[in-house]
Every structure is written in structure tokens, then in C-alpha cells.
Design a protein around this ligand. Structure first.
Ligand code: SF4
Length: 239
């Protein structure tokens, strides 16, 4: 039998429609080691915040929403970086599957340790960010190596997990045709790639930075418009 462990939760979202298939109960876990300059959840990054919940607590909450999930919906674990708490995530997804609840993991990837592989055993869909196309950019902007994300994608292949690759388009940083093409080429490493989503950079998070007394690194960067996303979609269409 598993030991009872608790997870540190930043917040919950009752019925989200953008973090995985169908309507979803989204659990934002606390803590993230990465340094994405466009991070829209800076309040989830610290390891000191959040509230402790058991697996049972969260399953109980999720069961209340089960009637609304329909055929596709379920629970999404997001963050922060949910794989920082991989042991907890593994136990939670196992318990949710026992209740017949679909699971999705919104992650930037992590080195596939035993705990991370255990999460994937009960993950129906992975939403994996590829932040930049090169290792140099990963080291400069994210504080990790591209290899970590690629090793994670390979672990998803081994586990036969469906993947959506997500990529944020930031004007002047990731909006070049070659950059998007290179990300699409990396995304193709995912055996069960269902789609690539290009997400427009926005600054709705500015207020959060101000409240935290932090400077938003991209405060002077313009937001990405819908026309740019439409134009860049041509480079991912043959996926
Ligand atoms: S991985 Fe997510 S939570 Fe972590 S810094 Fe990047 S955008 Fe923010």
C-alpha cells in the first residue's frame, strides 16, 4: 500500500476549457524550478506557498464535478511544474483512474525518473510545452536543458501517452518562421502527437507581478496578435 503523502496546491479551477480535452477540474500545484520570462503564473513558483492536500481530498473534490466531465473531460494537473511533486501526482492520477476519471498533465517536462514514469502510467493526455527550439535558449531563458524536455517526450513515447505540444509565441523571441519550424520538428518526436498549439504571448499577468513586487521580464514586449498566430500555423500544418 502507498504511504499517504500530501501535495502542495496553489489553487483549483472548477471547470476549465483550455487545459486538456473537454471540461476539466484543474489543480495547480505549487512550485516550479524554471525561469520562463513570460511566466503567467509567477505566484505558483515559490516552494514555500500553497496548501497541503491529500490525494483523497482532491479525489473528493473532483468527484463533485464528475457529472460535468462528459466523455472527454476530467482532471488536469498544472502548476507551477506539477512534476516537481511527481510522487504525489502519480498517486493522485492512480486514484482518479480508479474512479474512472480522465487525467491530463500540463507540464514543461522533467527528467524521466521512476516517479515521473509512474505519473505517466496513469496519464491520458500530456500537454507538454516546448519553450524554445535550441538548448542554448533553454539554458539562457528557462534554466534547464532542452534535453530534459526531449527525454520526457521519449518517456511519453515509451508509455504510449497522447501528447499535445504547446509553444508560446513571443514577438521578437519565438515568432520567427524558422523558430516555429524547428519547434514543430522537435514536436514530431512525440509518437502519439495529437496537435501542436501555438499560444499567443499576453500580459494579463502584469498585475500578479506587481502584487508580488516582481518585475515582469517582458513588460516592454508587445502582446502577440491573432493574425501572427494564424500566419505561423502554416509551419505546423503538415503535422
Ligand atoms: S514552467 Fe510554467 S510555472 Fe514554471 S516558470 Fe515556466 S511558465 Fe512559469
Amino acid at each position: 500500500m502507498n504511504n499517504i503523502i500530501t501535495g502542495k496546491v496553489h489553487s483549483f479551477q472548477s471547470l476549465g476549457a483550455v487545459d486538456g480535452p473537454g471540461l476539466r477540474f484543474v489543480v495547480f500545484l505549487q512550485g516550479c524550478p524554471y525561469t520562463c520570462p513570460y511566466c503567467h503564473n509567477p505566484d505558483t513558483k515559490s516552494y514555500s506557498g500553497g496548501e497541503e492536500y491529500t490525494v483523497e481530498d482532491i479525489v473528493k473534490k473532483a468527484l463533485r464535478f464528475k457529472p460535468y466531465f462528459g466523455k472527454k473531460g476530467g482532471v488536469t494537473l498544472s502548476g507551477g511544474e506539477p512534476l516537481v511533486q511527481a510522487e504525489f501526482a502519480a498517486q493522485l492520477f492512480e486514484a482518479l483512474h480508479k474512479e474512472g476519471i480522465n487525467t491530463a498533465l500540463d507540464t514543461a517536462g522533467a527528467y524521466p525518473t521512476q516517479a515521473v514514469k509512474a505519473v505517466l502510467r496513469n496519464t491520458d493526455t500530456v500537454l507538454c510545452d516546448i519553450k524554445f527550439p535550441t538548448d542554448e535558449q533553454y539554458k539562457k531563458y528557462i534554466g534547464t536543458s532542452l534535453e530534459t524536455t526531449l527525454a520526457f517526450v521519449e518517456a511519453c513515447n515509451q508509455a504510449d501517452t497522447d501528447i499535445v505540444i504547446r509553444h508560446v509565441i513571443v514577438p521578437g523571441l519565438t515568432d520567427g518562421a524558422d523558430s516555429v519550424k524547428a519547434v514543430a520538428a522537435l514536436a514530431k518526436r512525440a509518437k502519439n502527437l495529437s496537435k501542436i498549439e501555438l499560444l499567443p504571448f499576453h500580459k494579463m499577468c502584469m498585475e500578479k507581478y506587481e502584487r508580488l513586487g516582481l518585475e515582469f521580464p517582458l513588460k516592454d514586449t508587445p502582446e502577440c496578435d491573432a493574425a501572427t498566430i494564424e500566419k505561423l500555423k502554416q509551419y505546423i500544418q503538415d503535422i
